[in-house]
Structure formats: structure tokens, C-alpha cells
Design a protein around this ligand. Structure first.
Ligand code: PLP
Length: 451
């Protein structure tokens, strides 16, 4: 059996090396080691091509919120494939699933977000945001309001506009980026950039960079500010409590639209349907994807608040949309996903039970000699690997402690991700207490092996 597994793995690895270019992957390193092949999933577990069982501490890419193998989602997709596998939303047309989903989302969203524009992914949401906010201001007779302010080390996707809005330097260095009229301010990363400083003051200072940037550019040129409530791919960066209220104040004072990217935070990850509720953000636009279908089908949506919706509705045709905007099978799966989340009180469970339980267990890793900080909210968490726990001195860059820890973790049967020397987890929202114990136990073992 093991030999059979090995043969099948070797064959796939050879084909993969010969034909497959992977996203976010160094192909040479991949060819030396051989692709890791995941064949099956059930609940919070994956199985690789050698038959090893692995706890998926990242819910795929922060998306498989209901875990693998949910019959309700599978049946919804199958039913929809038979009924109507594809139709579009262009040219005064809809299908029942998109309309039902828009209406359902409107009941879950915070504030006055009553309109939805569907896309096929998180990146497409952010491309939509760039065009939508500029179009909105044009409908208001203010076409000069074009500049969008984002943050260094933000992640908003991989399309041109998504990557330009994002603040990832290696992405900006490739492929004609950044784009004009998109600028960045510093992130509210206290452990990484504010050590030794009062957290509250640091949060205010980072938020006030927005005000300085608006004044430097001229408020009449600025269209919007965009941010993830908690930066995910940047390293699960939880801003100081002083940060978001100040950002909100500044946006209001200068009449700048507030856009929140909840592609990771949305759909219960923080113990709220949307993290905008937790931070009381009252955004003008809100991007969602990933957890909307638990990753079973590609889908994204931009939720639009009353003010922008009125501008768009009265502003003539918006020349924008994707063939797979609101794909009917994806919308059917999203409706089933939301129905299961509601029937099983998933958000409530994360808020009151599994979220606090994970955070307590995860915080215990803070006593490990390799760990300088632990942090998290709901079912997302991070820890910082440090060279010296007392002084919180970080490793010299390039030593790769994070990658070593990630590999040990994988070998122990846990997917944990490394962002530099920050280890992050974001498990399926259906994870049980016993599975959380297993996750934290394996993370501890991985730390021991890295030490
Ligand atoms: N926005 C955020 C906050 C994300 O984390 C991601 C992906 O990780 C995206 C946008 C891009 O989404 P997608 O990969 O579906 O295009």
C-alpha cells in the first residue's frame, strides 16, 4: 500500500515539475523537494498522497470554514448544476440564487449595507472597489477624487489592482506595479514596528498617518481608504484598540470613503459575522469572499452602503462585471453555507466557546523560549518567533526560523503558515475543543523541534 502511494506520488510530482507553474511558489525549490500532494479532506483533516493525516490549521487558504466533506454544500452544488449550471447577471438579468443571496447577505451585514455586487474572488472584489469608488465620485461631480490610500504589508489580492492596493513589496517589484493614484501608509503592527512604545499611542500615530497623507495629497483628491480589519496574510496583525476609531474619525472628517476588506475576517472568523461589527467600522464598502462558500466554490461580493449605492443606482450604467460574477452554483453553495452556519450557530460558537478556548490554549505557547508574543481573536491567531524572549529580539532576516517551524509542523501533521518569523493559524470554524488541543499540542512540538 505504502509502495503504491509512493509510486502515485512520484508520478504526480514528475508531471507537476514538468508542466505546472504554481502560484506564490519558487519553482526551483519546489522541484528539489517535490510538490506536496493533498488528495482528500474530511472535517478539519486532510490526507496527503502518502496517506498521512494532517490537521488543516489554515482552513485551506483561510476559507474552508465548515470543514471538508459537508454534504449540505455538495448537494446544493449538485442540485444547482442540474437546474442551471451557468447564467450571467449582465444586461438586466438575474438568476434566483444571486438575488436570494444578495437579500440574505443584506440581513447579515452591518449598518446600511443593503446592496451587493458579485464577483468571482477577493481580488476581483478589490478591482471592483477601485473602479466603483472612482465611478461613485464621478457620479457626484467629483471625478478628481481618485486616490485610494492603503497600507504597507496589506494584502488585497493578486490582480493588478489588488496587488497595487496591497502593500507587499515583492509583489510591487514584479509586473508593472504599483499603479498611479494608489498610495500607502504604515501598518499598525505594534510587535514588528512599535516595540517599546505605548500601544495606544502607537495605534493613534499610525492612524494619524492617514490624516497627514490626506492633507499632503489634498483632501479633494482622495477617494477612499482601504484596510483589512485584521491584516491576515501580512501576519495576523491585530491593530491597537485606538487605531480603528481614529481611522473612522479621519475618514468622516475629510469625507473619504471607508472600504474594509473582510475577505478573511468575514463569515465568523473573529466570532462575528463581520469584524466590522467588532470594531464598529460602519464602512461604505465591504469586500467578502473565501468563507462565503467555505471555499467550496469561487465567489466574492462587494457590499455597498446606502450613500454609494444611491450614487451608483442614479449614475447610469457601471461598465464593469465578470463572466463568473455571482455564478449560480457558487451562490447556491453560499446560501447552503449560510444556512448551515445559522442552523449550527457557528458564529456564536466561535464567539463564546471555541474562539476563547483556542485563544487561551494558544496564549500558553507564549511561555515557550522561542516565542516573543502570541495574539489572536476568534479562530485566527499568530505567534512571533524570536531569538531572545526576554528582549524580544527578532532573528536576523534570512535565517528562516519560520520556514523551519512550518516544515516541522507539517511533518507532525499540522498545517501552520509562516509569514517571515510569524506563525499563523486560521482553522475551520467547526473545529472542536479536542481538535484545538491537538492543534496547539502539535504547534508546541514544532516549536520544540525548531528551538
Ligand atoms: N483580500 C484579502 C484580505 C485576502 O486575504 C485575499 C486572499 O488571501 C484577497 C483579498 C484575495 O482574494 P482571492 O485570492 O480570492 O483573489
Amino acid at each position: 500500500m505504502a509502495e503504491q502511494h509512493g509510486r502515485s506520488r512520484s508520478r504526480l510530482q514528475a508531471l507537476d515539475a514538468a508542466h505546472h507553474l504554481h502560484p506564490f511558489t519558487d519553482s526551483q525549490a519546489l522541484h528539489q523537494k517535490g510538490t506536496r500532494i493533498i488528495e482528500k479532506g474530511e472535517g478539519v483533516y486532510l490526507w496527503d498522497a502518502d496517506g498521512n493525516r494532517i490537521l488543516d490549521g489554515m482552513a485551506g487558504l483561510w476559507c474552508v470554514n465548515l470543514g471538508y466533506g459537508r454534504e449540505e454544500l455538495i448537494r446544493a452544488a449538485e442540485r444547482q448544476l442540474r437546474q442551471l449550471p451557468y447564467y450571467n447577471l449582465f444586461f438586466q438579468t438575474t438568476h434566483p440564487q444571486a438575488t436570494e443571496l444578495a437579500a440574505t447577505l443584506a440581513t447579515l451585514l452591518p449598518g446600511d449595507m443593503q446592496h451587493l455586487f458579485f464577483t468571482g474572488s477577493g481580488s476581483e472584489c478589490n478591482d471592483t472597489v477601485v473602479r466603483m469608488v472612482r465611478h461613485y465620485w464621478a457620479t457626484q461631480g467629483r471625478p478628481e477624487r481618485k486616490v485610494i490610500i492603503s497600507r504597507h504589508n496589506a494584502y488585497h489580492g493578486s490582480t493588478l489592482a489588488g496587488a497595487a492596493l496591497g502593500g507587499m513589496k515583492p509583489m510591487h517589484a514584479q509586473g508593472g506595479l504599483p499603479l498611479p493614484d494608489i498610495v500607502h501608509i504604515d501598518q499598525p503592527y505594534h510587535f514588528g514596528e512599535g516595540q517599546g512604545r505605548d500601544e495606544h499611542e502607537f495605534g493613534l500615530e499610525r492612524a494619524r498617518q492617514l490624516e497627514r497623507k490626506i492633507l499632503e495629497l489634498g483632501p479633494e483628491r482622495v477617494a477612499a481608504f482601504i484596510g483589512e480589519p485584521i491584516q491576515g496574510a501580512g501576519g495576523v496583525i491585530i491593530p491597537p484598540a485606538s487605531y480603528w476609531p481614529e481611522i473612522k474619525r479621519i475618514c468622516r472628517q475629510y469625507d473619504i470613503l471607508l472600504v474594509v476588506d473582510e475577505v478573511i475576517c468575514g463569515f465568523g472568523r473573529t466570532g462575528h459575522w463581520f469584524a466590522s461589527e467588532y470594531y464598529d467600522l460602519q464602512p461604505d464598502l465591504l469586500c467578502m469572499a473565501k468563507g462565503i462558500t467555505s471555499g467550496y466554490m469561487p465567489l466574492g461580493a462587494v457590499a455597498v452602503g446606502g450613500r454609494v449605492a444611491a450614487g451608483l443606482i442614479g449614475g447610469g450604467e457601471f461598465f464593469h462585471g465578470f463572466t463568473y460574477s455571482g455564478h449560480p452554483v457558487a451562490c447556491a453553495v453560499a446560501l447552503a453555507n449560510i444556512a448551515v452556519m445559522q442552523a449550527e450557530n457557528i458564529v456564536e460558537r466561535v464567539h463564546t466557546d471555541t474562539g476563547p478556548y483556542l485563544q487561551r490554549a494558544w496564549a500558553s505557547l507564549g511561555e515557550h523560549p522561542l516565542v516573543g508574543e502570541t495574539r489572536g481573536l476568534g479562530l485566527v491567531a499568530a505567534l512571533e518567533l524570536v531569538a531572545d524572549r526576554q528582549s524580544k529580539r527578532r532573528f536576523a532576516s534570512g535565517l528562516g526560523a519560520g520556514l523551519v517551524c512550518r516544515e516541522h509542523s507539517f511533518d507532525l501533521g499540522l498545517v501552520m503558515r509562516a509569514v517571515g518569523d510569524t506563525m499563523i493559524i486560521s482553522p475551520p470554524l467547526v473545529i472542536t475543543r479536542a481538535e484545538i488541543d491537538e492543534l496547539v499540542g502539535k504547534a508546541r512540538q514544532a516549536l520544540d523541534l525548531t528551538y
